[in-house]
Design a protein around this ligand. Structure first.
Ligand code: NAD
Length: 265
């Protein structure tokens, strides 16, 4: 059965889809015929523009699901209301993430809490909220956008790396608990991807070291990506669409690195 046939008419919620990787995932799933739930921080005008843009190229329904992933109660309320109005969530992409760069001894406690809440706890709460309906339907896909930092460490990213490693573990548990229910759960582990998150890190480092941003980019790529290129967000969208397809039904509980060769060394 083709990917389009399987995904047409399914409903996909992508957290953190107002820009970056999440937006490209939402666009790609819409192209596959999924109705889309968007989420993330953005002005109302920007959300309207994104909805219009997706609907111009794909004849699907698109709805904004307002929830701040730091607020546990808001997650359950928003997802219940969303499913009530818009339909059961068949595909959940836990994509939203935040970063803070600092050595452990300087790491602000509030930043630790925020990074763990958005990058880890929200993955648990969103998954917990959608799994019962997926089991009932006998079909579901949960895709966690972890990171290469769910597989390896680096300096000055303690909360992010702790959260992403934990997401990889949580992915395995959800996969095992639901292996007989037609529900797969996998984690995608991107390397440096061309989005605001990475551009901010490049700019901060350039300002700190008094260097040009393109020098920092070249250094990051030569240190970590044997391919010498950043990952593009729509490449991750394509990978998500594949993991949602029927052909990928045997792939569960695993990590798929899209990291320019970073973890091959
Ligand atoms: P981004 O900063 O461009 O987008 C993050 C999204 O998350 C935005 O839509 C933002 O509004 C949303 N968000 C942040 N806090 C939120 C909250 N409390 N509640 C709801 N939404 C919230 O980031 P990105 O680069 O597109 O990253 C997406 C995912 O990919 C993240 O999980 C990130 O850790 C992961 N990732 C990114 C890279 C990279 O190099 N960019 C590499 C590996 C993994």
């Amino acid at each position: 059965m083709s990917n389009e046939n399987v995904l047409a008419g399914k409903t996909a919620l992508v957290t953190g889809s107002t820009h970056g990787i999440g937006l490209e995932i939402a666009k790609r799933l819409a192209e596959c015929g999924c109705h889309i739930g968007l989420n993330g921080f953005a002005e109302a005008d920007t959300v309207d523009q994104i909805v219009a843009e997706i609907q111009l190229s794909s004849p699907v329904n698109v709805r904004f699901c307002e929830m701040d992933l730091r607020d546990v109660d808001s997650i359950y309320l928003a997802l219940e209301a969303f499913a009530g109005d818009f339909g059961t969530i068949d595909i959940l992409v836990n994509n939203a993430g935040v970063q803070h760069v600092s050595r452990v001894e300087d790491f602000p406690n509030s930043k630790w809490d925020e990074v763990i809440a958005v990058n880890l706890s929200a993955v648990f709460h969103c998954s917990k909220a959608v799994i019962p309906a997926m089991i009932q339907n006998g079909w579901g896909r949960i895709i966690n956008i972890a990171s290469v930092h769910g597989l390896v460490g680096s300096v000055e990213k303690a909360a992010y790396i702790a959260a992403k490693h934990a997401v990889v573990g949580l992915t395995k548990v959800i996969a095992l608990e639901n292996a007989r229910h037609g529900l797969t759960c996998n984690a995608i582990c991107p390397g440096f991807t061309n989005t605001e998150m990475i551009r901010k890190q490049v700019q901060d480092r350039a300002a700190e070291e008094g260097r040009m941003t393109h020098e920092i980019e070249l250094q990051m790529l030569s240190e970590k990506h044997p391919t010498g290129r950043f990952i593009e967000p729509d490449d991750i969208g394509a990978l998500v669409a594949y993991l949602c397809s029927n052909e990928a039904r045997g792939i569960t509980g695993t990590t798929v690195a899209i990291d320019g060769g970073w973890t091959a060394r």
